[in-house]
Design a protein around this ligand. Sequence first.
Ligand code: BGC
Length: 411
Amino acid sequence: MNNSTSKNNFLWGSATASFQVEGGIDTCDWAQAGREGKVPVCGLACDHYNRFKQDFDIAKELGHNAHRFSIEWARIEPQEGVFDESAMAHYRAVLEALRERDLEPIVTLWHWTLPTWLSESGGIERKDFPQIFARYCSYVATGIKGLASHIVTLNEPYTVITHGWLHGDFPPFKRFPPMSYFLRERDHHIKKPSGMTDSWLGIVQYFTLANRLAEAHIQAYNAVKQVNQEYSVGLVFQVHVFRGASPLSRLIARFLQWHLTHRFLRRALKRCDILGINYYHYTTLGENKKYRKTDMGWDIRPEGIYDALMEVKRYKLPIMIDEAGCADAKDAFREEYIAKSVEGVLRARADGVDVRGFIYWSLMDNYEWANGFDMRFGLVEIDFDTQKRTIRPSAFAYRKIIEANSPTIHS
Ligand code: BGC
């Protein structure tokens, strides 16, 4: 670790992802989909590409000592095999700005968007995707050497393939037809994109692609370590917790938990120094209870983060909570959400899970993928017309939680 905040401190912070905040990214699949009217146009987003210093000042003011962000592949490798040194220089400046503020960087190499040369030639359906990804990762790992130590290869591999090949609301918009029945309730606010194609093959591709992404992680891990053994390299996985209210539903829940969590992790974690967990969803099958909902329509069950952590305890790895958060435009329940999440994390630590940090999603309101700009996850409110930043009260409450709860890490 090369940063004074990092060695023995629990990491507290928030996250962003390049396409969701930077603005001005025209050469990736999501930008293309926006131009084709399949998803909302992202445009300038939060103009974070130009305002990152101001935004990091806010994170600092809010008591954070870490920040997770992602590097935009389409900027770094705008054409196949051609790397843009000026884009690399930008991310070096971002890292320097974080270090000047004692914010430990957590660098995600791929947070869902693909350069158009790649998406148009098959994207992750390409058999050589793992090699192509590893080559890009190696370039970035070399470019940021000395400025960061904590690297994430993939963000939520299952979300990419579930939305891209089963739900059909993310590129490449392939929908496995029966899914619309199951998703009617939960994702009611997402309109069917105009370019969606029904594909019964989706389910076959789903498994092939899951395996390919596990392989992409492993090859990226090796490539990054080859640049510098000292890098701590991990992947970020969303754990959707499944439980059951009756013996039969408990059995089904166990199958789903295995299928949607452990099948992938057992494969991918052959190479991993630290596992990143994102937590948003908890489903108790066969339960009648109605939960309050976030603006996304998701059940408010932040304390369930404890069970998510207990699920991954078996891998005996250090864990980061790399995302947990809620869409709450009125800032009505965010403070409680964060407090209960942190409580769950600390309880899991007390029960033997080696959690090293908590990163809230997100530092600021941003482009919430197929939902556009209406879903507001930010500690900081963004006025997308003026780019004005306003810190929400829950952000100050999070600062107090940080001050009161910081555990010491013994590693
Ligand atoms: C993703 C973020 C997204 C958040 C809220 C996570 O799955 O990593 O990019 O904005 O969930 O939907």
